[in-house]
Design a protein around this ligand. Structure first.
Ligand SMILES: *Cc1c(COP(=O)(O)O)cnc(C)c1O
Length: 368
């Protein structure tokens, strides 16, 4: 067996935290309270503190966090929501699930983020909200998003699923918009041992609506004032995530250190490295580089035991599921970038030897 470096390796994290996690899981098992108990309360309080927000509401997934946020903001049929075509499918899926129409603005080809300078031109009388996505862990220019949202009276729902712990101008990204959505999918920067998600907001009315909707619109046991969902964070996940949250800052710092090393050591190769900003903190959910030879590079690294991923092979308007409504749209930058952006392993537990090996093999690929 040769060297094997997966793109993501959750097992290493689990092993390091084994005792703490065992203890947390045992506590919930013995307590017997598996839904909406003390663990959720404790984790929500910790998340409020960590993100400097007033309300943290645990839900079933990042996708549900987006859907419930849109619902709480009253968005539905006839409304338009502006977002990026270069993100995980769930961002646009949530907009479509509430019956609204997604409007894509093209991306900035150096950061792969929504091109904020094109936002204003996409606003119509039907626009109700913007969903900026902090893709790969890099925050969008939230000052500009905020300026425009105030100008046009739009709700800002941040898709922070890839950006747990990220900051913009020194403040948690969560403090910049109306609502912020996190995913605790296992491979995310703060990942549970199963599905999970959270909405963070300072708006009491939104928080109240989301709490109602996530439990079947229940205002009193077996009394329902709205048609809602079953979207709760399990107690076991909340207990696990409480343990992991204490390590998030360290893990993100390790991701950043790994990224800086790659940026230094891959300089000069014919690939586009991640952009660097002074006004925001990239938490490197993924370390993504762009090359026309992404597929060949992926195959080459695979041969040497290095796992990579192409994020994303298609822009969202090119997806089959959107064929009927978005096929006429042309977004040249997103289309050009799709299929060329490849992620290398960047997880916190990556060893010095592994990093050196990855750099070697990438350099070797470009030498022939
Ligand atoms: C992971 C992710 C989601 C969805 O989160 P789930 O918890 O898997 O539902 C949404 N948006 C982005 C950008 C993501 O990366």
């Amino acid at each position: 067996m040769g060297i094997l470096i997966p793109l993501m390796d959750i097992k290493r994290q689990q092993e390091k935290l084994k005792n703490e996690l065992d203890e947390a899981i045992k506590r919930v098992m013995m307590c017997g309270e598996f839904i909406a108990g003390q663990e959720n309360q404790r984790f929500e309080e910790k998340m409020q503190q960590a993100t400097s927000t007033k309300y943290a509401i645990g839900v079933n997934s990042g996708t549900d966090a987006l859907i419930l946020s849109l619902k709480a903001a009253g968005i539905g049929p006839g409304d338009e929501v502006i977002t990026t075509p270069y993100t995980f499918f769930a961002t646009v899926e949530a907009i479509l699930q509430v019956g609204a129409r997604p409007v894509f603005v093209d991306i900035d080809p150096s950061s792969y983020l929504m091109e904020v300078s094109q936002l204003e031109a996409a606003v119509t009388s039907k626009t109700k909200a913007i969903i900026p996505v902090h893709l790969f862990g890099l925050p969008v220019n939230l000052a500009e998003i905020r300026r425009l949202s105030e100008l046009y009276d739009l709700v800002v729902i941040q898709d922070s699923c890839q950006a747990a712990g990220a900051t913009f101008q020194g403040r948690p990204v969560e403090t910049w918009g109306d609502l912020s959505c996190l995913s605790f999918y296992p491979t995310k920067n703060l990942g549970g041992c199963g599905d999970g998600g959270m909405i963070l907001t300072n708006n009491a009315a939104y928080a109240k609506t989301i709490r109602l909707l996530k439990t079947h619109g229940t205002y009193k046991k077996y009394h329902h004032s709205a048609v809602g969902y079953n979207s709760r964070l399990d107690e076991i996940q909340a207990a696990i995530l409480s343990v992991k949250l204490d390590h998030l800052k360290t893990w993100n710092a390790e991701r950043q250190r790994n990224a800086q090393q790659f940026i230094r050591e891959l300089a000069g190769l014919p690939l586009q490295l991640p952009p660097q900003f002074n006004d925001r903190e990239h938490v490197y959910h993924l370390f993504v580089v762009k090359t026309e030879r992404a597929e060949a590079l992926k195959a080459y690294l695979q041969k040497y035991g290095i796992g990579t991923g192409i994020y994303y092979p298609l822009a969202l308007h090119q997806q089959k599921a959107l064929e009927n409504q978005q096929s006429h749209i042309v977004l040249p930058q997103a289309e050009a970038v799709a299929g060329q952006t490849i992620a290398f392993p960047i997880f916190p537990e990556l060893t010095d030897n592994e990093k050196a090996y990855i750099v070697d093999k990438v350099r070797e690929f470009f030498s022939h």
